[in-house]
Design a protein around this ligand. Structure first.
Ligand SMILES: [Zn+2]
Length: 71
């Protein structure tokens, strides 16, 4: 055991690009998805049949509505 490799115990390459939108020009990462207000998990965006955000963990659903000018 002469090979002494530096411990590469870094975090595994997470697929952040799936969740984050990388702005190459600004060099910033933006979170694409919303976070569940209930449990904090990343929510999934669905467009059909109605646009909504759904949490796969607690099944919380947030419907996207066109905000009315006056409520
Ligand atoms: Zn949730």
């Amino acid at each position: 055991m002469s090979e002494s490799k530096p411990s590469e115990k870094r975090a595994p390459k997470a697929r952040l690009t799936a969740l984050y939108e990388i702005d190459a020009q600004k060099g910033a990462a933006k979170l694409k998805n919303r976070k569940c207000p209930r449990c904090g998990n990343i929510m999934a965006h669905h467009k059909a049949p109605v646009e909504r955000w759904t949490c796969g963990s607690c099944s919380f659903t947030d419907f996207v509505k066109a905000t009315t000018a006056k409520g």
